[in-house]
Design a binder for this molecule. Structure first.
Ligand SMILES: NC(=O)c1ccc[n+]([C@@H]2O[C@H](COP(=O)([O-])OP(=O)(O)OC[C@H]3O[C@@H](n4cnc5c(N)ncnc54)[C@H](O)[C@@H]3O)[C@@H](O)[C@H]2O)c1
Length: 255
């Protein structure tokens, strides 16, 4: 199998580090014109440099995906320069520095922000790219949800498990709506990957015994790497996945 994205225009949200950085680098190495966005400007520029060092083409911009106008401005800018968008990876998200606590102690603001970033931002981006995907009768949307959206979250954060389940519902609904334009919409549900400060802190809080139990609970006996998740996104965005839509691909080392 030889996957390539020559002449494809790809947007990756949350491109500043973790999965988004690995995806941006991989897509650009495979020939795509990559547009990465995030709220972390310095780290975004590091991602851009990594892509360029790998011989790829990557532009970056500061976009808060909670801001609908900013999302549409960014997508309009991509289309103004590259004429269209072929692939969207809704990756930005996470527990945003929160840790699990009893539900009685969760504030409305804590609940809301998790939804704004993990679910609503994906909706805004899908809205913004849909017209150009429809016009070209081709599109790939890959939403990065979580194993938390299929079961329970190791973080213990109620809003995170709910928002990630919501992203899976959004995937199924958009797949049904957009299929007639040959736009596929799929989700990846990653397992635990030590790719960001929240995950590292969560892992530290587990302590040695629970860390070992976590690794032992995985069929493949190792925690994941950002590239493991990026590889799934490459496949779902490729022509090899042209008859796959509305699905959830678990990439979690096996449970
Ligand atoms: N790491 C894991 O174990 C794991 C497991 C399951 C799912 N996920 C999901 O995978 C995705 C990527 O996770 P990661 O581990 O690479 O985390 P990460 O923190 O490295 O990357 C997430 C990126 O999203 C960006 N972001 C946050 N809020 C934003 C906003 N309002 N606007 C724009 N960008 C914003 C962050 O700045 C960050 O760069 C997330 O959606 C996360 O929920 C991660």
């Amino acid at each position: 199998m030889n996957i390539e994205f020559k002449d494809k225009v790809v947007i990756v949200t949350g491109a500043a580090h973790g999965f988004g950085r690995a995806m941006s680098r991989s897509f650009s190495e495979l020939g795509a014109s990559v547009w990465g966005c995030d709220i972390l400007v310095d780290e975004l520029q590091e991602t851009q440099q990594l892509c360029r060092d790998a011989g790829g083409n990557c532009e970056v911009a500061e976009v808060d995906i909670r801001d609908r106008d900013a999302v549409f401005r960014f997508v309009d800018g991509v289309i103004a320069r590259d004429r269209t968008v072929h692939i969207l990876v809704n990756n930005a998200g996470g527990p945003l520095g929160q840790f699990g606590k009893p539900l009685e102690e969760v504030s409305q603001a804590e609940w809301d922000i998790i939804f704004e970033v993990n679910t609503r931002g994906s909706f805004y981006f899908a809205q913004a790219v849909a017209p150009s995907m429809k016009a070209q009768q081709y599109g790939r949307i890959v939403n990065i949800s979580s194993g938390a959206g299929l079961g329970t979250s190791l973080t213990g954060i109620q809003a995170y498990a709910s928002a990630k389940a919501g992203q899976i519902g959004l995937t199924r609904q958009l797949a049904a709506e957009l299929g007639e334009w040959q736009i596929t919409v799929n989700t990846i549900a990653p397992g635990f990957v030590l790719s960001n400060p929240d995950a590292l802190e969560q892992y530290r809080r587990f302590g040695e015994e629970r860390q070992q139990a976590l690794v032992n609970s995985l069929s493949l006996r190792r925690v994941g790497d950002p590239q493991d998740i990026a590889n799934g996104a490459l496949f779902l965005a490729s022509d090899y996945a042209s008859w796959i839509t509305g699905t959830v691909l678990s990439i979690d080392g096996g449970r």
